[in-house]
Design a protein around this ligand. Structure first.
Ligand SMILES: NC(=O)c1ccc[n+]([C@@H]2O[C@H](COP(=O)([O-])OP(=O)(O)OC[C@H]3O[C@@H](n4cnc5c(N)ncnc54)[C@H](OP(=O)(O)O)[C@@H]3O)[C@@H](O)[C@H]2O)c1
Length: 379
């Protein structure tokens, strides 16, 4: 998308763009691998049609909004969170729909970086439509909302949030009896926060150590799912140690393993519901985490919540594959002041949120190298 010069976006259009963003947010988690987009068709301050992306294979936001607007779209302005697509995918180009409906102006919050779908703004301009890019604050908001989609398109892998629950002295294992410690480190409020995270992602990832030790379901409980689907459980399991009776197997887990592993158990795992996929190994002989994430991208997974134990957490952090780190610190357990437990404490991270959940602390950080929001000049 080439830069727009004039005219600027006024307060009414900014309000419509904000409404479009709210519409996009309302379908978060229901559209992967497609981006969740919102669209508002307005004549001045009057909204005549609005819509958001429907599940993959059905209508894009623009088509839903134009359908609602009908004839009133003629001469109206479309406010869209992402540059409309100009290509034939599973649905026809949205640019064609906007042109056919007679829209005369289009306000876009974020350009489409997808090389196969971009060019929509230029196509509209070539047809005589006025196209403008909204203020940077909207680009930042959309970049956050579409982190999964932008990651798939820009890096060929999903956006990864790593969540760790730790005691105040840095242990990832709950104090208590048994080799694996007690059941929970944090309290009910922090655990509900985890379920809210799970409800917003396509997949939940752990290593085989967590499955063997805890047999977690990795599903969303105690919070409403709405129209979203349960996230897909994914296990990095180089030696195929996941038992066919594991809860995640019954939930259709993707088990990412080495080609030479567990020949004798594969049939039982598949029969019990899992999908076993061979992934290249790294120099350490373990499943290569970057290759594993590329496999997830091929499966249409745009957002991942990783909830592993220390081993896989170290690997993901060391490989630079973590886009957001969420630490749940149980202030009431353990001894002594918090100490660094993982390499992320070294450098290169900045805190974006610190908050409480019951008696626990929630601490969110992102790498300082996080890709910048495209500026108007770049766009
Ligand atoms: N506090 C928390 O947030 C939290 C969360 C989850 C679990 N836990 C606790 O952590 C303990 C289990 O720890 P863990 O470290 O074994 O769990 P993990 O990190 O979830 O699993 C580790 C296993 O994943 C497999 N794996 C596959 N590819 C890997 C790679 N590239 N890098 C690293 N691992 C890879 C390895 O087994 P293969 O060599 O067989 O592939 C490895 O032994 C349990 O006590 C559990 O309760 C704590």
């Amino acid at each position: 998308m080439t830069a727009a010069t004039t005219p600027t976006v006024d307060a009414t259009e900014r309000a419509h763009l904000a409404r479009a963003l709210a519409l996009a947010t309302s379908v978060r988690g229901t559209t992967s691998p497609n981006p969740a987009v919102g669209c508002v068709i307005a004549r001045g301050d009057r909204i005549v049609g609005e819509g958001a992306t429907r599940p993959p294979g059905s209508a894009h936001a623009e088509v839903v909004a134009l359908g609602a607007a009908g004839e009133q779209a003629r001469g109206a302005t479309a406010h869209i969170t992402l540059e409309p697509c100009a290509h034939h995918g599973r649905t026809p180009p949205c640019t064609d729909a906007l042109l056919a409906a007679g829209v005369t102006r289009v306000v876009i919050a974020h350009p489409d970086p997808n090389p196969t779908a971009s060019g929509g703004a230029d196509a509209l301009r070539a047809a005589g439509i006025e196209v403008v890019l909204g203020p940077e604050v909207f680009r930042a908001a959309v970049a956050d909302e579409l982190a999964g989609f932008l990651s798939l398109v820009g890096r060929g892998r999903p956006h990864v949030t790593l969540k760790l629950a730790q005691t105040v002295d840095g242990s990832l294992v709950a104090p208590g009896d048994g080799p694996g410690g007690g059941r929970w480190i944090t309290g009910p409020a922090a655990r509900r926060a985890v379920h809210r995270w799970r409800a917003s992602v396509d997949a939940v990832l752990v290593g085989s150590g967590t499955v063997v030790s805890d047999d977690p379901g990795l599903d969303v409980r105690d919070v409403p799912l709405g129209r979203r689907q349960q996230p897909r459980p994914v296990v990095l399991d180089g030696r195929l140690r996941t038992p066919p009776t594991a809860k995640v197997v019954a939930r259709g887990a993707l088990l990412l393993t080495r080609a030479d592993a567990g020949r004798s158990v594969r049939a039982a795992l598949t029969e019990a519901g899992a999908q076993v996929i061979d992934v290249p190994t790294g120099v350490d002989g373990k499943v290569d985490p970057a290759a594993a994430l590329r496999v997830l991208a091929v499966h249409g997974i745009a957002t991942v919540l990783a909830e592993p134990g220390a081993k896989l957490a170290h690997t993901l952090l060391g490989a630079g594959l973590v886009d957001r780190l969420v630490r749940h610190v149980a202030l009431g357990t353990g001894a002594g002041p918090p100490r660094p437990v993982l390499d992320e404490d070294a450098d290169g991270w900045r805190t974006v949120r610190v908050g409480g959940a019951g008696a626990d602390l929630i601490w969110e950080r992102v790498p300082v190298t996080r890709p910048a929001v495209p500026t108007e000049r770049q766009a």
